[in-house]
Design a binder for this molecule. Structure first.
Ligand code: ZN
Length: 194
């Protein structure tokens, strides 16, 4: 066999990872194509998903491709009408289970969904807690950078306090992400008290 045509195994393995992650990014981009972030800048929703996935990936001590994929897909069931079965079919049962763990039950009233996020936070798997925390960081950053135009200072404060409660209830938060959340929260606090 010609040596030059044989690729080192680590490159072959990496390219499979690349392909799987990009497949999820493309899937999410298509499913959320018409959705925008609530802020005044109305950023494409995929920006949020890429940010959450990047946060999760950079906080991991060991590579976990399925977790990064689940981070990209974390809002597809809740916001884009994707089913668990569809996720199993395209990405496998581990990814689907992770996405379902961070999906709110939209048949419940909003206040109840928010309450449940607090009371169920500690029962989530460590991996799902990583997505939750990264999601809250991304949402806080968005509200600081480009708040929804119809949100009063009070409404923003309520959101920050609720996010704080969810994060405080996580039983196994990733320390790097927790530190970033704390940094942001302090920044928000100093903004609203000045
Ligand atoms: Zn999200």
């Amino acid at each position: 066999m010609d040596e030059r045509t044989v690729r080192p195994p680590e490159i072959a393995a990496n390219s499979r990872v690349d392909r799987a992650v990009l497949k999820a990014a493309h899937f999410a981009a298509k499913k959320h194509a018409v959705q925008r972030r609530k802020g005044a800048a109305a950023e494409p929703y995929i920006n949020h998903l890429l940010e959450v996935a990047e946060l999760v990936a950079s906080a991991l001590a060991e590579p976990d491709t399925n977790l990064v994929i689940a981070a990209l897909l974390h809002d597809t069931v809740e916001d884009a009408g994707v089913t668990k079965e569809e996720l199993i079919e395209a990405f496998g049962s581990d990814v689907a289970a992770l996405v379902m763990e961070v999906t709110d039950d939209k048949s419940l009233p909003k206040a109840e969904r928010k309450r449940l996020q607090i009371v169920t936070a500690s029962k989530k798997s460590v991996r799902a807690q990583g997505i939750k925390l990264a999601d809250k960081i991304s949402n806080l950053r968005a509200i600081v950078a480009s708040p929804p135009t119809d949100w009063s200072v009070e409404r923003k404060r309520e959101y920050f306090e609720w996010a704080r409660q969810v994060v405080d209830c996580l039983s196994a938060p990733n320390q790097m992400l927790k530190a970033e959340f704390e940094r942001l929260y302090r920044q928000v606090e100093s903004l609203s008290s000045s």
